[in-house]
Design a protein around this ligand. Structure first.
Ligand code: SF4
Ligand code: FES
Length: 246
């Protein structure tokens, strides 16, 4: 007689979602077709819990779905007006902490921050703009690094370390002074061994890492989020969430 395998399940917004040991709430949700908003999560890389957009209520306590392991009988609430309001405020803070001038950004229409703002029905930044002075680094022959648009998701950090084996990117500073740095004494991307073919060159959810000589190759109006919601795109296989740079 074969052993009876009991599948484990959590409940997300009233829906029973099965999981296997080791999966996070986010893993289980995405596998079951349940969307939880997220910006710094990419199933290719170790979760980091940076953006907090995936915050859900787990048995009454707020936690990040991308880092919280699923455990039997968890009751998770995600799609609630309160949590979406918190998520909208988080996205508004990301907009005012950096310098995001969407109409002048080549990533407009392919940008997950912009798409998340639309998804969460953000109508204005609400908070006072910080207008922080940030660097634009055009020293690399093939890539622009524009820190005005960096939301510190650390996807490039993880991709460079975990996939490319290079550690080109890192995070430095603390609090409002936290910023992305590159692995060169000069601080210039052109002095690192970063290559346009690196996975880290493909993962930026905003226009902070842009490949040169691709500008407006895909016209405005024909870009990923011009015809799809971020929830649809992020539920697709990973390869289809890449920005349309090529
Ligand atoms: S450059 Fe892009 S991928 Fe890297 S931390 Fe900033 S927003 Fe994230
Ligand atoms: S997606 Fe979970 S904290 Fe960013």
């Amino acid at each position: 007689m074969g052993a009876l395998v009991m599948s484990k399940a959590i409940t997300i917004d009233g829906k029973s979602v099965s999981f296997i040991d080791g999966q996070t709430i986010m893993d289980a949700a995405l596998a079951a077709g349940v969307y939880i908003p997220h910006l710094c999560h990419n199933p290719e890389f170790e979760p980091h819990g940076n953006c907090k957009l995936c915050i859900v209520s787990v048995n009454g306590r707020n936690m990040t779905a991308c880092t919280m392991p699923a455990a039997e009988d968890m009751v998770v609430a995600s799609n609630t007006p309160e949590l979406d309001s918190d998520r909208q405020a988080l996205v508004q803070m990301l907009f005012v902490e950096g310098n995001h001038i969407c109409p002048a950004c080549e990533a407009s229409g392919n940008c997950q921050l912009q798409a998340a703002a639309y998804y969460l029905k953000m109508l204005s930044p609400h908070f006072m703009h910080f207008y922080p002075p940030r660097e634009v680094d055009a020293s690399h022959p093939d890539i622009f690094l524009d820190l005005n648009r960096c939301i510190l998701c650390e996807l490039c950090v993880r991709a460079s370390r975990e996939v490319d084996g290079k550690n080109v990117f890192g995070i430095s500073g603390r609090g409002i002074g936290t910023h992305l740095v590159v692995n060169a004494a000069s601080g210039r991307l052109g002095d690192t061994n970063f290559a346009v073919t690196d996975r880290a060159a493909q993962v930026c959810p905003t226009g902070a890492i842009l490949i040169k000589r691709q500008g407006y190759k895909i016209p405005i109006g024909q870009r990923t989020f011009d015809h799809k919601k971020i929830s649809e795109v992020q539920m697709e296989p990973v390869k289809r969430t890449e920005p349309e740079h090529e």
